[in-house]
Design a protein around this ligand. Structure first.
Ligand code: PA5
Length: 352
């Protein structure tokens, strides 16, 4: 694979996943400005719940990561047909589905609406938008025609912007601007125009191995999951994730695995400038006790000061690495036929 040859890249990435990854900074800036229509009424919710699956669900995990330390109310991501028992009239619910046709999200949204929660939908259309219009619920309508995972910015950032505008949280506009600037630099540095792209080098090291992604702190947990998801969907390869400190209480022991198996694992540790010193000590000890048995260990540092920059920079690195790995493996990064086939077979079995 010659990453300096634009025509070879176009041949191997015919739907242009690379361009979508490179557009992340612009999408973030645009997503921040997307309107909520009709606008969200002034609310003082008792809890915030984000419903969504897969590429449309990770936004809820990121929302929790951003708000967790400072929010005085619970922020919960739900990836299920069922709304949690506590969800009720004082809940603020974001129902996120790129297609607007994901049955789990539609079912949980119906329950949230039925319980009188304040609901906002984030979608490009489908049944979800129709239902929101019928109910008079506010909607953020995002651009159509993207693979859901490439629409991450549109599915995540409007929730933060809407919460800021409604006065539920302080505005994160300054943090957003920092994130966009950092992402602009990263997409240039990591893309194939730069022959020394560290994401490309990492993908080369990952060939023939199972990427195991560990976040050094729970803050970066959704990023570890996103790396895994992108390896699954873009590079069509198996991958798993876990987080410190939890993995020290179980998975670390699993590193007693047979030598041949251990040599198929490539560990990627996601580090963060704000990770507590105690967690850094845990990472260091665990590298010595366990990860030294792996085929390789790489560490990726988040960039920026604010939480948004640190989360999104780490995501950008993973998205780009998964793209290189797809092309190195000779697979088209965009289509996900297995997901489509599964949804088709479920539809043939009838509605939920
Ligand atoms: O990446 C994908 O295509 C999936 O993970 C989808 O996001 C998931 O199946 C949910 O679909 P939607 O995003 O349309 O709600």
């Amino acid at each position: 694979m010659n990453f300096n040859d634009a025509s070879e890249i176009r041949r191997r990435d015919p739907s242009g996943m690379l361009d979508l990854i490179r557009r992340l900074p612009d999408m973030c800036a645009e997503a921040w400005r997307l309107p909520v229509e009709p606008s969200l009424p002034a609310v003082r919710p008792a809890n915030i719940v984000a419903l969504g699956m897969g590429g449309s669900g990770i936004g809820g995990d990121l929302l929790r990561a951003v708000l967790n330390d400072d929010a005085s109310i619970p922020v919960v991501a739900v990836k299920d047909y069922r709304a949690p028992g506590f969800l009720g009239p004082t809940s603020l619910v974001f129902a996120c589905s790129y297609s607007g046709n994901t049955e789990e999200t539609l079912a949980a949204y119906d329950q949230a609406a039925g319980r009188g929660a304040t609901c906002v939908v984030v979608t490009s259309g489908g049944d979800l938008l129709r239902a929101a219009r019928d109910r008079g619920h506010p909607a953020v309508v995002v651009p159509k025609g993207l693979p859901p995972r490439a629409a991450l910015a549109y599915l995540f950032i409007p929730m933060l912007a809407a919460l800021g505008r409604a006065g539920v949280i302080p505005s994160l506009e300054t943090e957003m601007r920092e994130a966009v600037e950092i992402l602009k630099g990263m997409t240039r540095r990591l893309g194939p125009d730069d022959a020394s792209s560290p994401a490309r080098r990492l993908a080369e090291r990952l060939q023939g191995q199972i990427p195991v992604i560990y976040s050094s702190s729970p803050f970066l947990e959704p990023v570890a999951q996103r790396w895994k998801d992108q390896f699954n969907e873009n590079a069509k390869t198996f991958s798993v994730w876990n987080t410190f400190p939890e993995l020290n209480h179980n998975e670390t022991v699993g590193w007693g695995v047979d030598e041949t198996l251990a040599r198929t694992i490539h560990v990627i540790i996601l580090r963060d400038r704000a990770e507590p010193a105690r967690l850094a000590q845990r990472v260091s000890i665990t590298k010595d006790l366990a990860f030294r048995r792996a085929a390789g260990v790489d560490e990726i540092q988040s960039e920026g000061e604010g939480k948004l920059a640190r989360l999104l920079s780490s995501i950008c690195y993973g998205d780009m690495t998964s793209w290189y790995l797809a092309l190195l493996r000779g697979v088209d990064p965009t289509p996900v036929p297995v997901i489509e086939e599964l949804k088709k077979r479920l539809a043939e079995m009838g509605a939920v």
